[in-house]
Design a protein around this ligand. Structure first.
Ligand code: SAH
Ligand code: MG
Length: 942
């Protein structure tokens, strides 16, 4: 359906009496925030005033003149209550237009045009004998979009059943009996008089004698779900009419008995379903038009697969073929439709399938669970996928973004409703100097200034669903991607198991801020139950433990590994949450016992974001155990057959293997590289010495000042602080580290072990514990100095407070040093040229749209937030606290990159009731222990 822009609608109604005035505005002066005056270098913003005879409206503020104009027009339409759909001409007029169009289609002039329909006319002239020049009514009805649109305006039902165009064309042709002869029983047309010879010549119709024949692959989609979808070969001759070949293949006698579906897949595609027109439908043709659809429904058995693919009712067996005439050439266009492409079309109707296809990784990729940044998102963007999904299911997504920033400024009307059709992806990014710069300030308090909702309606504007997340974003485009992904995830869960009980569907909708109309929803997606077989067991990810180079067989709940083996030397470079990892992989189908192996899918370089759920559930736990350069081999039970067939080149062979043997999938993976999170790159690139080194130096300075002999590192990770400390001469004798990550601790143990053995330091004891720093362990009580560097932001805020209380009331170190990122400093990181290191060159200014520096961060605090947390803690536990930091300067805005609080234990006061501390509390597990007296006593317990 051609939708008119608001401006077009206003023009129709008011013509030249509509007066648009566009003015430039400066956001900063608008919102009365003088501090932003310096930001005015950014692009200009526009506002439009539209004067109409009846009313004057003023638009919101836009980056583009034309958006401001459209918005003003839209406001005017709303205000005047103009219904954009009542633009259709009156009925008799519409009929005349329709008849004119049909008469044009049968003209000499049309025969020589480049048009998907004129090709059929030319080919029909080459049909032999009686058939020469006969053109099926269904062809005329399907291939002229202009005609279809005219019929739609006559009868909105045409939208859902395009075949209703046929009776209209038949009626129009009947009015043109001097031009067109028809056969109502057989539903074809022919011109009464032959075309002018020069028209036929110039139309370069193939002369007999130069006949070529070619074979194309097509797919037979039987209406019975018991029968399998199979390949068929169409032998088409250049001097014949291809529809005659398809007719024969369908077991029919006349091409006029064949109906043709809408194109499947891309709008420009020539892939369509061909099927027998139900008999009753044909018989009822001449009777009341309104009965036609009902008649159609009563005939034959619904072909669920074909109907699902095309989104229209298809009865009986159908042939899926990619053949036809185009706007580009007079030659017949054709392409093989393989079983693989059929299965790809089927999975391409689900959000997860669209994503897998966009990544070319059907057996490895999975629709990610979160949108972090543009740069880290691989494959189609959520918004793009949601639009594709909606187009395929004949739905319409309506996005509306709201700027909380603009709302708080003077104009209450300034939030924009943007229809997706008005907003190409590129423009959706919308960022401009003023808004974003102001947004940074704003988002410090509220998280961002753009919020987006999406509503999905049917072609008839029936409400299907709506998603209105509360999250707000600094960038408008991020808010759009976020809401799109939420809807996709919910829909994807439904497609995985369309039989899901409604309570569960409701519960998952609630969790994602989705509201839906159960009846309309089921109506739209009913058929998918027949197509996408039920897959259960896709429950939460399991935990896995595996030692290197040892074959282990174990089960993840819901994801059984048949075997897993990791090989290669430990390079020490591991993927971490939020980093981008690149792997090469191949997946083969292996038959049990016989070891027949068929390659299904492979990639030399497949990049994805760790911990975003972007790969199949098996893959991530394996990759998390690997280091760069290592390879892993594992086998798993088969996924759904539809995925295997969509991945395999030779679907027929796969089908025979799958049906006769027990098979499983074998994955071979090599971890190629890991791109570290912004935090790490920033620490190395932006600061000299690197920020981590500056933190260590800070700690060393404090150790020296306090003459500490004992140190505990809370959240020691891979031991970077403990390791670096050993490079400096200090008074330390005893060091300990605690962490909850076994993997990091193992790494720390290896490093410390070799370093301590070689070192001449005063340290005589070192221990690593596995435990949570929110729990007290008496073995670490009363140490001279405690460090907790860049750890608290990895815990939830309440856990961070819990840690603060436990450490100051129970561990009670003399000095405690806590560091955490300064959120306000992120503005500088975002402006830094680090973005150019991101992979997606298109996204330079988008690259850092992630809220935090590291995706494992649960929060990042402003200086004020950190101050509050630390001051309150210190007071409660009789410590003093001083603030400092590393990276940048404390004296200039926005402060240090890493903010540091140094707590010092106060003298015990009379009134202080220190809690009873038991010596027996040992919840931590010793992972590794080293002693200088007897270094051979040390043991790696893991
Ligand atoms: N302090 C180290 C590591 C920082 S990364 C350094 O500066 O390099 C944060 C670390 O905190 C991770 O190793 C993580 O496993 C650890 N961590 C997070 N929550 C924890 C908790 N509750 N108890 C102990 N360690 C924790
Ligand atoms: Mg951190």
């Amino acid at each position: 359906m051609t939708t008119f822009t608001p401006k077009a609608i206003v023009h129709k109604r008011f013509g030249s009496s509509a007066c648009y005035k566009v003015e430039e505005v400066h956001e900063s002066t608008q919102n009365g925030c003088p501090g932003l005056a310096i930001m005015q270098k950014g692009p200009c913003l526009y506002r439009c005033t539209l004067q109409l005879p009846e009313v004057t409206v003023v638009s919101g503020i836009f980056k583009k003149k034309k958006d401001a104009e459209q918005s003003a027009a839209e406001l005017a339409i709303e205000k005047l209550g103009i219904n954009p759909t009542t633009k259709s001409p009156s009925l008799p007029e519409a009929w005349d237009v329709l008849v004119d169009r049909v008469s044009f289609l049968f003209s000499d002039e049309f025969l020589s045009t480049l048009h998907p329909l004129s090709g059929h006319f030319r080919a029909a002239l080459q049909r032999e004998g009686d058939l020469s020049g006969q053109i099926p009514a269904s062809v005329v009805a399907i291939f002229d979009a202009t005609l279809c649109n005219m019929c739609k305006s006559l009868d909105p039902k045409v939208e859902s059943n395009p075949f209703l165009v046929i009776p209209y064309v038949v009626r129009a042709a009947a009015r043109l009996s001097e031009l067109i002869s028809t056969s109502e029983e057989e539903l074809w047309f022919r011109r009464q008089n032959p075309y002018a010879p020069e028209t036929v010549d110039s139309s370069s119709i193939q002369q007999l004698g130069s006949t070529k024949t070619f074979s194309i692959e097509a797919i037979n989609v039987p209406s019975s779900l018991e029968k399998t979808v199979e390949r068929v070969i169409l032998n088409v001759s250049s001097s014949g009419y291809f529809l005659d070949v398809i007719t024969k293949q369908l077991g029919l006698l006349k091409a006029s008995d064949v109906l043709i579906s809408r194109p499947i897949g891309k709008a420009s595609s020539e892939t369509r379903l061909y099927f027998a027109a139900p008999k009753q439908y044909l018989l009822d043709m001449s009777s009341d038009l309104l009965n036609a659809k009902e008649a159609c429904n009563s005939e034959g058995s619904l072909n669920a697969r074909a109907s699902y693919l095309s989104g229209q009712d298809i009865y009986g067996d159908a042939i899926l073929a990619s053949i036809g005439y185009t706007w580009r050439s007079k030659d017949l266009f054709y392409e093989d439709v393989t079983l693989q492409s059929y299965h790809r079309m089927v999975i391409g109707k689900t959000p997860g399938g669209i994503y897998k296809l966009s990544r070319g990784a059907i057996l490895a990729a999975e629709l990610p669970l979160a949108f972090t940044t543009n740069a880290k998102w691989k494959g189609y963007f959520p918004r793009e996928m949601l639009c594709t999904f909606c187009r395929q299911h004949r739905l319409e997504p309506i996005f509306s973004t709201q700027s909380t920033l603009e709302e708080s400024s003077e104009s209450p009307k300034s939030h924009k409703k943007l229809k997706v059709t008005d907003l190409p992806v590129k423009e959706a990014q919308y960022a401009n100097g003023c808004v974003v710069a102001a947004g940074v300030k704003d988002s410090v308090e509220s998280g961002g200034s753009f919020r987006c909702e999406v509503k999905i309606v049917s072609k008839f504007q029936d409400f299907i669903l709506e998603c209105s997340p509360k999250d707000s974003f600094k960038k408008q485009s991020d808010s759009i991607q976020n809401v799109s992904l939420k809807v996709l995830l919910w829909l994807n869960a439904y497609f995985r198991d369309p039989t899901v009980p409604s309570e569960r569907l409701n519960a998952s909708a609630d969790g994602l801020n989705i509201r839906f109309d159960p009846q309309n929803f089921i109506k739209v997606f009913m058929l998918c139950q027949h197509i996408h077989n039920v897959r259960r067991n896709e429950t939460e990810e399991g935990k896995s433990v595996c030692s290197n180079s040892v074959n282990v067989s174990y089960a993840l709940p819901g994801h059984e590994f048949r075997s897993l083996n990791i090989e290669g030397p430990d390079s020490g470079v591991t993927p971490s949450n939020g980093s981008l990892s690149s792997i090469s992989y191949s997946v083969s189908l292996v038959t049990e016992g016989e070891h027949m192996k068929e390659l299904l899918e492979s990639s030399d370089d497949f990049e994805f974001e760790i911990a975003s759920g972007a790969v199949i559930p098996h893959l991530e736990p394996v990759i998390m155990q690997m280091t760069v350069g290592q390879s892993a081999f594992f086998s798993v039970d088969l996924p759904h057959q539809e995925l295997i067939l969509a991945a395999a080149d030779d679907s027929a062979r796969m089908l025979s293997l799958l049906s006769s043997k027990t098979c499983f999938l074998e994955y071979t993976i090599t971890l190629l590289r890991v791109t570290e999170p912004l935090e790490d790159r920033m620490e190395q690139a932006l600061f000299s010495p690197p920020l981590s080194k500056q933190r260590v130096e800070y700690a060393v300075q404090s150790i020296k000042e306090s003459c500490a002999t004992t140190l505990v590192d809370f959240g020691c990770g891979s031991g970077s602080l403990l390791d670096s400390l050993l490079n400096y001469p200090t008074s330390l004798e005893k060091i300990a580290g605690v962490d909850i990550s076994q993997k990091s601790l193992t790494r720390a143990a290896k490093i410390l072990h070799s370093k301590l053995d070689a070192s001449m330091s005063a340290i005589n004891s070192a221990v690593l514990y596995d435990g949570s720093i929110t729990a007290f362990d008496s073995r670490l009580s009363g140490f001279d100095i405690g460090t907790c560097l860049e750890v608290i932001e990895h815990m939830e805020e309440d856990q961070a407070s819990e840690f603060g209380n436990v450490v100051l009331s129970l561990f009670r170190p003399r000095v405690l040093i806590v560091s955490t990122p300064n959120y306000e400093y992120n503005v500088i990181l975002q402006k830094s040229n680090l973005s150019s290191q991101e992979d997606d060159p298109e996204d330079k200014n988008q690259a850092q749209s992630c809220k935090f520096r590291n995706h494992d961060h649960k929060f990042e605090w402003t200086r004020e937030q950190f101050n509050c947390w630390a001051t309150e803690l210190a007071m409660r536990h009789n410590y003093s606290v001083e603030f400092s930091g590393v990276g940048g300067s404390g004296d200039t805005e926005p402060g240090f990159a890493s903010q540091i609080a140094v707590f010092r234990r106060g003298p015990v006061r009379q009134e202080d009731v220190l809690p009873e501390v038991s010596d027996m509390e040992h919840p931590y597990k010793v992972i590794w222990e080293w002693s200088s007296n007897d270094s051979s006593r040390s043991a790696l317990t893991n």
